[in-house]
Design a protein around this ligand. Structure first.
Ligand code: ZN
Length: 271
């Protein structure tokens, strides 16, 4: 039984500031270790629940955060970037279930640590008219590959987002945000214990994949019109407003890749 883990960093206990998650900062070294440990806690639970292989995909920033020398010996690591499916690279191979560990709420969420959707130049993302964040886009892609997301960890905001989109999945809120840059956090050992227990339940649970049938209307509002100028260069996209570009996809993989292409194009202009 194969289990997939997509690991982000903003939702790791203790992380509240940009300097904690940027590889240029000294503080980052502490938090990449804590990220590795939270991932290991999820691996431990997956194995206890019956997993025979756990594939971990490093999904934050340059995607070289997790310390492989400290990774659980029964896990394998997808590290580095860019990757065609980015935060969900490898999901199309087929897995029993997927965990989203260290995740954060979508851009525009109140009381959410470092809320954003992919990058700071995105003001809002909607899929078929409903606001979507990284959680939703990644769970939708996983669902299209037949893989249910059964565990989400991060702050209380992303766990609420998970429950509202995915229903009664396992969640662990390792911190309670009191703003965008402050939170009451669980100590690592307690966070690890709760994640391991929830991961074991999450592997045993029988859950259906999130199925959002095409056509998929992905609407992106950028912060500046210049970002939209570039995003609309993507063939198949349509300019819907000064800062808004829409892409209609016939399947999830194409739509996900279109989203990534729009972001990459938009990031090529001055911030
Ligand atoms: Zn991240």
């Amino acid at each position: 039984m194969k289990v997939y883990i997509s690991a982000d960093m903003e939702g790791i206990s203790g992380v509240v500031a940009g300097e904690h998650i940027s590889s240029k900062e000294q503080e980052y070294q502490r938090f990449r270790k804590l990220m590795t440990e939270e991932v290991n806690a999820a691996v431990e639970g997956a194995l206890a629940g019956g997993a025979t292989l756990v594939v971990v995909n490093d999904a934050h920033g340059p995607m070289t955060n997790i310390l492989i020398e400290e990774l659980h010996p029964d896990a394998q690591l997808i590290t580095g970037s860019p990757k065609p499916l980015s935060m969900m690279q490898g999901i199309e191979e087929g897995f029993h279930c997927a965990f989203l560990v260290g995740y954060h709420a979508r851009v525009g969420t109140a009381n959410a640590i470092l809320d954003h959707t992919w990058t700071g130049i995105v003001a809002e993302v909607q899929l078929n008219g409903r606001p979507f964040g990284e959680l939703g886009l990644n769970a939708g892609l996983a669902g299209a590959c037949g893989v249910p997301v059964t565990l989400v960890t991060g702050d209380q905001a992303v766990t609420e987002e998970a429950r509202s989109l995915l229903g009664d999945v396992e969640v662990v809120a390792v911190k309670q945000a009191v703003g965008r840059h402050a939170a009451r956090c669980l100590p690592p050992q307690m966070a690890h214990r709760l994640i391991t227990q929830a991961a074991e339940r999450a592997v045993r649970a029988r859950r259906d994949p999130l199925i959002i049938p095409p056509p998929l209307a992905l609407t992106v509002d950028f912060v500046r019109s210049a970002h939209a100028d570039m995003a609309e260069l993507l063939p198949g996209s349509r300019r819907m407003g000064a800062r808004r570009v829409q892409f209609s996809g016939a399947d999830w993989v194409t739509t996900y890749k279109a989203w990534r292409a729009m972001i990459t194009l938009a990031l090529s202009v001055e911030q």
